[in-house]
Design a protein around this ligand. Structure first.
Ligand code: UTP
Length: 283
């Protein structure tokens, strides 16, 4: 039912300077794969067939990553490095299923999503933020398996003192996995937060959201917020939150990125034992 996904990669990544001055944040590697590749693979597992990147200046490395590298492939072929060749060739999608649109200025996540409107058309679309990395079950697949129309966001409990970093929802009915959402507010202070149930970077949005975004004023931080558009649709269409089962890492922050690298390395047979032994000597 959900066949298209938007990958907003137009942000400046200011929390990760100087690494992100020339390198897109989404190209930072966790173990040996850039963040954006994890997001694409998660989308594929959820059945997504069309991939829309909303890029900005200095983001051409992302386009190159998902294209042929003729020289590299020739060398790998010549040296009979078949496994490596397979790895780089596997990243290619079916021609014509990957589109890029530029967000000329980073005016916010809502604005980035709106930039993709003509490529989406009149159908629900997934939105994945690559800097939210999930270890375990693919979060978007859990959502698409349970999607029944309207808008849906991935949610998780966060410490109350951290609410000002997230969109925070007011839950109505709650079966422990799915919640109905009665309200949503972007980055509330802990005193003003309606709950500690936070939105993380996986959404399924209905096409009506694009019209709302097109008419929307800037919100928190002077940015066009996707959260504000979702809030506008409450009452008009169903709005649900899905408590995904995996563990999420905020790879847009330096500490979250370090934790992700350790956690993902500990899942790797070729690294886990040595890393675990070394970590034990450090604490
Ligand atoms: P962030 O809030 O992490 O912003 O955006 P950022 O600018 O990338 O990073 P910091 O806070 O300055 O360090 C969440 C997601 O939305 C995208 C980002 O690329 C990221 O995936 N985004 C944000 C856009 O595509 N365009 C924007 O204008 C803002």
């Amino acid at each position: 039912m959900v066949k298209k996904a938007i990958f907003p990669v137009g942000g400046l990544g200011t929390r990760f300077l100087p690494a992100t001055k020339a390198l897109p944040k989404e190209m930072l590697p966790v173990v040996d794969k850039p963040l954006i590749q994890y997001a694409i693979e998660e989308a594929i597992e959820a059945g997504i067939e069309e991939f829309i990147f909303v890029t900005g200046r200095n983001k051409t490395a992302i386009e190159d990553h998902f294209d042929h590298s003729v020289e590299l492939e020739a060398v790998l072929h010549q040296k009979q490095k078949h496994e490596a060749l397979e790895t780089v060739r596997n990243m290619m999608r079916v021609p014509g299923t990957v589109a890029y649109v530029r967000q000329q200025e980073p005016a916010g996540l809502g604005h980035a999503v709106w930039c993709a409107r003509h490529l989406v058309g009149n159908e629900p679309v997934a939105v994945l933020l690559a800097d939210d990395l999930v270890l375990g079950q693919p979060a978007l697949k859990e959502m698409t398996d349970n999607y029944q129309g309207g808008n849906m966001v991935a949610v998780m409990e966060v410490p109350k003192e951290d609410t000002s970093s997230y969109g925070i929802v007011t839950a109505g009915s709650d079966d422990g996995t799915m919640v109905t959402i009665d309200g949503i507010v972007e980055k509330p202070s802990p005193q003003n937060a309606p709950s500690n149930l936070a939105v993380i970077g996986r959404y399924i949005i209905e096409p009506e959201i694009f019209d709302v975004l097109g008419a929307q004023e800037a919100g928190v931080g002077g940015e066009i917020q996707l959260t504000d558009a979702l809030a506008t649709r409450i009452g008009a269409s169903p709005f649900s939150g899905y408590r995904f089962s995996g563990k999420r890492f905020d790879c847009g922050s330096k500490i979250g990125f370090q934790k992700a690298n350790i956690a993902f390395s500990l899942e790797r047979d070729d690294m886990a034992d040595e890393l675990r032994a070394w970590l034990a000597t450090q604490i």
